[in-house]
Design a protein around this ligand. Structure first.
Ligand code: DGL
Length: 273
């Protein structure tokens, strides 16, 4: 085989979208990938809502013009819980968002104590409240806004060391006890957090099920684009852009390479317009 490879644009505020790209790439190894991290505006978690809407619309519409993707994945809960309606109204390309995996968490929880671990923005969103109302009526849901955690994930991917105690400070409020019951499912409602999963598992006060939305996103991609053809061509390296090109460091380039992505070091948001 075969025909034209579909191009998939994966977008996040920084490196978190890599955790979503990985299972998508496994499901569609034949596709061409463009990864975009809006590091110039990281973290999104603390941006005012209108500023975030305006920023994501600008970056995505310009990337869509430039790369002509067949599908866009907004691999960021903080953005998806806010900007999807406006983005879909402006673009005709299919767009998949990433939203807190509250439904599977509520279904899997036995103790019915579920935590949503997210950025300040995602915790505050009406969208998140709606998911809890619609899908977790039988659970007590604790919303934990982890202000520093996405930044720690960025640091770890850049090869820096972050103390376990700093990470524990962020995740400790996610572990709740009520009488005999304990939190047993924690929703990783920020795509950066799975990058720290092995640390979470090691330092957690007790074992829990960590719910990562990425496999479901990959299934949705296959629903929309179909299964890969019997494509015998080697997977193509994807390309990665950061909106602040000076954010590329040697360890970060190596980390992206391990996800099959080559950096475009000279590309900035300005010349992507
Ligand atoms: N990775 C993003 C998310 O899924 C947010 C990180 C940030 O920019 O605050 O929400």
């Amino acid at each position: 085989m075969s025909g034209k490879r579909p191009t998939i644009l994966v977008f996040d505020s920084g490196v978190g979208g890599l955790t979503v790209l990985a299972p998508i790439r496994q499901a569609r190894p034949d596709a061409a990938y463009v990864y975009m991290g809006d590091t110039a505006c990281f973290p999104y978690g603390e941006l005012p809502e209108q500023a975030l809407i305006d920023r994501v619309i600008t970056v995505i519409t310009s990337a869509a013009e430039r790369f002509k993707p067949d599908l866009i994945v907004i691999a960021c809960h903080t953005a998806s819980t806010l900007v999807l309606p406006e983005l879909r109204a402006r673009l005709t390309i299919p767009i998949i968002g990433t939203v807190p995996a509250i439904k599977p968490a509520a279904e899997q929880s036995k103790s019915k104590l579920v935590t949503v671990l997210a950025t300040e923005g995602t915790v505050k969103r009406d969208y998140t409240a709606g998911l809890i109302r619609d899908y977790a009526g039988d659970c007590e849901v604790t919303l934990v806004s982890a202000r520093l955690l996405a930044g720690y994930a960025e640091a770890v991917l850049r090869g820096e060391t972050v103390d376990d105690s700093a990470i524990l400070n962020e995740i400790a409020p996610a572990f709740v006890t009520k009488g005999e019951r304990k939190t047993d499912c924690i929703v990783l409602a920020c795509t950066h957090y799975p990058l720290l999963l092995s640390i979470f598992e090691r330092i957690a006060p007790w074992p829990v099920t960590w719910i990562d939305p990425a496999p479901a996103i990959a299934r949705r991609v296959v629903q929309l684009l179909g299964e890969p053809d019997n494509d015998t061509r080697a997977p193509k390296a994807g390309i990665a852009l950061l909106t602040r090109a000076t954010d590329w460091t040697a360890p970060l380039k190596r980390a992206f390479a391990s996800y099959g992505l080559e950096c475009l070091p000279t590309t900035t948001m300005d010349d992507s317009k």
